[in-house]
Design a protein around this ligand. Structure first.
Ligand code: ADP
Ligand code: MG
Length: 332
């Protein structure tokens, strides 16, 4: 081929890519899943909502404790089953994060979550004797995957993937879009987000971090910060949406698996940026258990993790802290 022919070919290919990118519309699909809302924006000529819904149904059928037919429900009632691939993936990530966070994140926390009234079973009035009994059945080292099946040390042990399933669901939908050849998208389920490529303005995706204002209705969406990300996942865990009051005391839905009690400290919300959303989701919950100092230390020792924290001082003023790496997302 002559030089001008090569040049012409490059011009033609680059031109077509430009035209395709300019003319392919951005679509938006939304709906309800895992007891919350999803909103997915992607650039494609095809409407992929059918594929997206199929993926979400698969995640629900594998990991939802509210779905009595799910794999996780079968495991919780000690049925002898071989879990599907999604369950094995999430279980493996969850166990890995439990180890890395020294047990702050632990999917065997289910009996305690239920006892405190935030789970898939009705909570009983909690007293310290009940908590002590339940704590015996909690601990990530008491469950393992052996020959493709979940093995428990205690039949009373139950699993709760609520703190990782939304993030994993985002990853699963992102994979579905990847497989359909989509290169520009943002997947959001209940505030957990996966991004790739650019938005319809050709820029990185803008995402908001909520102010941690006590609001059990989920209607208050004042933003603390807006950042821009691409090719990264973001998840936030906070104690300002899902909580209840016992008299004067605010009972958070994040449970410290070691003490057996809901966490009570100055950290109000933790936002994590990671390469995948299951990890971001699980770490955000772990950070709420660990508290500000321990969470900051974790980020220092794990270069791929960035985080933004909102906490209150002794006078109730809101303060923020962030990792060095987080700053770049604010400047784009
Ligand atoms: P959000 O509801 O905002 O997504 P999280 O991702 O932090 O919040 O998930 C909170 C849920 O995770 C709780 O409702 C409970 O089911 C479960 N959970 C609570 N404490 C822990 C823990 N230490 N490790 C793992 N899961 C937890
Ligand atoms: Mg979480």
């Amino acid at each position: 081929m002559k030089a001008w022919q090569i040049f012409f070919l490059i011009f033609l290919v680059a031109g077509s890519i430009y035209v395709i990118n300019r003319s392919t519309p951005y679509k938006s699909n939304s709906g309800k899943t895992f007891g919350t809302y999803y909103n997915i924006i992607y650039q494609s000529d095809k409407d992929l909502h059918g594929n997206i819904k199929a993926t979400l149904a698969k995640v629900d059928g594998s990991l939802s404790t509210f779905n009595k037919q799910s794999i996780i429900s079968a495991i919780n009632s000690n049925k002898d089953i071989v879990p599907d691939e999604m369950f094995v993936q999430v279980f493996t990530i969850a166990q890995d994060i439990s180890e890395k966070t020294n047990g702050a994140f632990d999917i065997t926390v289910a009996p305690l979550v239920n006892a405190w009234g935030f789970g898939f079973k009705q909570g009983l009035p909690t007293d310290s004797a009940t908590i002590d009994t339940l704590r015996k059945y909690v601990g990530h080292t008491t469950v393992s995957l052996q020959n493709g099946k979940i093995t428990k040390l205690h039949p009373q042990t139950m699993l709760d993937c609520s703190a990782i399933a939304k993030g994993y669901g985002c990853d699963a939908v992102a994979r579905t879009l990847d497989e359909a050849g989509v290169t520009n998208y943002m997947v959001e389920i209940g505030g957990e987000i996966v991004t790739k490529g650019k938005n319809d303005k050709g820029k990185n995706w803008a995402v908001g971090i909520n102010k941690p204002i006590d609001d059990a209705t989920g209607q208050n969406n004042s933003l603390q910060e807006i950042i821009r990300i691409s090719g990264k996942s973001m998840a936030t865990s906070g104690n300002y949406r899902n909580f209840r009051y016992d008299g004067e005391r605010k009972v958070s839905h994040t449970i410290d698996p070691k003490s057996g009690y809901p966490v009570e400290h100055s950290l109000l919300s933790a936002t994590v940026i990671a390469d995948d959303c299951a990890t971001a989701d699980a770490l955000a919950t772990a950070f709420m258990v660990m508290g500000l100092e321990e969470a900051k230390n974790y980020c220092m020792n794990n270069a791929s993790i960035d985080a933004f924290f909102i906490y209150s001082d002794d006078n109730g003023n809101l303060l923020t802290a962030e990792t060095e790496g987080f700053k770049k997302y604010k400047q784009q």
